[in-house]
Design a protein around this ligand. Structure first.
Ligand code: GAP
Length: 450
């Protein structure tokens, strides 16, 4: 089984390069290297003040659509370190590996199926690597629990969040008094010791997944697979992805993971090509059959009318939160020529995920008091920025780079007419709005997308 069976793309890149996105992310504090002051740690990333808001908004939107709006789905939040038997039962201890090769000359390590993208060898004359035979490299990260570090104390950091959904399935079903079909959803960290982390956060060693495991009768799998594929496509379209940058791709037989009968990837057109952001999987009855066998517990269900016993099948939707956040950032990035020859960088983020929904910018520091009052009022509902320092044009540009949909300017006329100017980020249009109706005005526009 390959940890990431996605085929590398040959599609041309978009105009926006990754360098611009990476640079803006660091400059504005969306995402930057973890342990930056020590030179960074490969495959690990930190989200700054804007990044954490964006990521939390994305997770909340997923939770809203997949859990709160669904009477047939329950949410959980399970431990990162799961009982070690979980990963024996799931097949991860045995199969969760990528083929790895080492160069005897430069000592670098590569994934054998990605050699065409490897940089040239720095130690041989022609730059050709002197490679070892491929061997399987297990991607699970392990740790030791307790005072004695021996084989018995080894535990794994989960490689996917669904493991504990399967081990908790019986308890959740009982406490939530659910009948099949129903689903269990979870958002959380997953860890994979990737051989070549790359493309910014795209392939990391620590990342977040949002997963739904939907338990149904095996005869109904196709129906539910269709249903969830549509729901998931609609979710990505609501985030602003469309025909130009979102597509589906079915896995060929040779690409399927060991637990999988059928898989469809949702792919996004990144600057480095089409790549998977979400997988929809027909896992059959593999998981509950395995866990029933390894735990000795009864995990089957019964059709009430016929009393037929069956092991529920699972349709899974598994989206990478960090990958989707990266897709959102790439799609939003724009450089726009302005009249007079200036260029502005603007993040055209959907209000659903925008880290700041509005900024309050008084024209002068003398107007700080009433402007701060407006900001405080708006903060009761949204994440709102306040800034009274410097040139107003520069303040607008900073908010464009942060992707803030609305800037609210309090000027000297506001003192008289009790109105503020609301500037919309994308069209840069401006409108006078009464202070009294400002929250309602913003709510209508911010929530028009929902
Ligand atoms: N439970 C099924 C599962 O984990 P997967 O295709 O291996 O399936 C699902 O992973 C999603 O998790 C991927 O579509 C991707 O968005 C995200 N993902 C997987 N490996 C990743 C990595 N190394 N870095 C960032 N995201 C990753």
């Amino acid at each position: 089984m390959s940890a990431d069976t996605n085929k590398e793309s040959v599609e041309p890149s978009k105009d926006t390069g990754m360098e611009e996105v990476v640079s803006l992310c660091a400059r504005r504090g969306f995402i930057f290297q973890s342990g930056e002051i020590y030179g960074g740690i490969n495959g690990f990333w930190d989200y700054g003040p804007l990044g954490v808001e964006l990521k939390n908004n994305l997770k909340s939107f997923w939770w809203q659509r997949m859990v709160r709006e669904r009477p047939d789905v329950e949410g959980i939040d399970s431990a990162i370190i799961t009982h070690p038997r979980t990963w024996e039962a799931s097949g991860h201890v045995e199969h969760f590996s990528d083929p790895m090769v080492d160069c005897r000359a430069c000592k670098k390590r590569f994934r054998a199926d990605q050699l065409d993208e490897a940089p040239k060898c720095t130690e041989t004359k022609g730059g050709v690597h002197d490679l070892t035979e491929p061997r399987d490299f297990n991607l699970m990260l392990s740790t030791q629990i307790g005072a004695h570090a021996d084989a018995a104390s080894t535990a794994y950091l989960r490689a996917e969040t669904c493991g504990s959904i399967f081990t908790g399935y019986r308890r959740v079903r009982e406490v939530a008094r659910k009948k099949i079909p129903f689903g269990i959803a979870q958002i959380g960290k997953a860890f994979r010791n990737e051989i070549n982390p790359r493309n910014f956060t795209f392939r990391s060693r620590e990342f977040e997944q949002a997963e739904l495991e939907f338990f149904c009768h095996p005869d109904q799998t196709d129906e539910w697979f269709e249903h969830w594929s549509e729901v998931r496509l609609a979710f990505h379209r609501d985030l602003g992805f469309g025909e130009g940058n979102l597509r589906t791709r079915s896995h060929g037989e040779d690409e399927l993971a060991h637990y999988c009968k059928k898989a469809v990837d949702l792919e996004f057109l990144f600057p480095f090509g089409w790549q998977e952001i979400e997988g929809i999987h027909d896992r059959g009855s593999y998981d509950l059959t395995q866990h029933a066998e390894f735990s000795g517990k009864e995990l089957s269900a019964m059709v009430e009318e016929t009393k037929e016993r069956f092991v529920p099948a699972v349709v899974e939707t598994s989206v990478g939160v960090d990958r989707t956040a990266l897709a959102i950032l790439c799609a939003a990035y724009d450089e726009e020529e302005l009249e007079g020859g200036d260029t502005r960088t603007v993040m055209r983020l959907s209000p659903i995920v925008a880290p700041l929904k509005a900024a309050v910018l008084p024209l002068s520091k003398k107007l700080a008091e009433p402007a701060r009052k407006i900001a405080a009022e708006l903060r009761r509902r949204w994440n709102v920025f306040y800034d009274d320092a410097g040139n107003i044009g520069r303040r607008y540009r900073r908010m464009d780079e942060a992707g803030t949909p609305f800037c609210v300017t309090y000027d000297f006329d506001s003192e008289e007419d009790h109105k503020v100017t609301v500037r919309e980020r994308d069209a840069m249009s401006q409108e006078r709005v009464p202070v009294e109706g400002l929250a309602a005005y913003l709510r209508e526009r911010l929530e028009a997308h929902l």
